[in-house]
Design a protein around this ligand. Structure first.
Ligand SMILES: [Fe+2]
Length: 297
């Protein structure tokens, strides 16, 4: 069983960013490996534009991965709330978030990828999350970690899993996953504290801002619950870093650096290989212009 994991594509139709070719070539490379499954863990768009969701949809069709058996997609904060593209936007952004219809935007996002929800287990048609999907002998649980806008979440980028979602997930696990089955979690937010260089003023300020506006709240409690449920691997993005790490018994794959990694043409993805000999997770960096493998760690 092989799973390719990418995240945080941040397609930006309106801002005319040039990452379209990069995203297309990353998908071309990843799907050419014919992984058993592809996980895309949120922030498909920079600003929640429908053109950007459609762009990814068309790519998935092109590479024959618009198929629930082959691809799992989850929502990111940018897909619901968008972003501030200018200083003027930044001033208006909290009001824009306040006026956002969260449920409408969540459903609108998934309406572009309906084919990827086929054969998923949900509590009801009306609940997009949580959902569970079986892929071979594995189960993928998808949680929505995007916390609603509030004065304590004024950049709408923090994460939180409400008790209600946990209870629904528990119900799905009880009904559809037999004990001991391999269980993976797809979620947008990361589980670690961001560390930057603390010896510079800018580093200290950025760390403070990021840790207050990019965090998954109550993550320790959530982790204890996930361990109890038997989650072995967590696939996420949000923080733009490519990283494989462990907390307790859980292995994490962050593919937040797939596209936004500081390099014009390099793209990254994590490859999770589950074999009889063991589980192997690697980060691969490819040059999306030459398709040359730059690095594998
Ligand atoms: Fe995000």
């Amino acid at each position: 069983m092989t799973i390719a994991h990418i995240s945080d594509l941040h397609l930006n139709f309106e801002g005319k960013h040039t990452n379209y070719k990069k995203v297309e070539n990353l998908l071309k490379e990843v799907t050419s490996l014919e992984p058993d499954h592809l996980v895309i863990s949120g922030d498909i768009s920079e600003d929640g534009r429908l053109e950007d969701f459609d762009f990814l949809r068309e790519l998935l069709i092109k590479f024959k991965y618009l198929d629930s058996a082959l691809t799992t997609i989850i929502v990111g904060n940018h897909d619901i709330y968008g972003t501030a593209l200018s200083i003027e936007d930044a001033l208006l952004y909290p009001d824009r978030c306040k006026g956002t219809d969260y449920d409408f935007n969540l459903k609108r996002f998934h309406s572009f990828f309906e084919e990827l929800m086929v054969d998923t287990h949900r509590i009801s048609e009306n609940d997009v999350y949580p959902y569970i999907k079986q892929v071979g002998a594995f189960f993928i649980l998808a949680l929505n970690s995007i916390e609603e806008f509030s004065t304590r979440n004024f950049t709408a980028s923090n994460g939180f899993i409400k008790k209600e979602q946990k209870l629904k997930a528990e119900q799905l696990l009880d009904n559809f996953v037999s004990k001991g089955s391999p269980l993976l979690l797809a979620i947008h937010h990361h589980f670690y504290k961001i560390k930057r260089q603390k010896d510079t003023f800018a580093g200290q300020i950025l760390t403070k801002i990021e840790n207050n506006t990019m965090k998954l709240r109550k993550k320790k409690k959530l982790l204890a619950t996930l361990e109890k449920w038997g989650v072995s691997h967590i696939l996420h993005g949000h923080f733009h870093d490519q990283k494989i790490y462990e907390i307790g018994n859980i292995v994490f794959s962050n593919s937040g650096g797939s596209i936004k990694n500081g390099h014009a043409t390099f793209a990254k993805y994590n490859l999770l290989e589950f074999t009889d000999e063991g589980n192997f997770i690697t980060t691969r960096t490819i040059n999306t212009e030459s398709f040359e493998l730059q690095n594998q760690v």
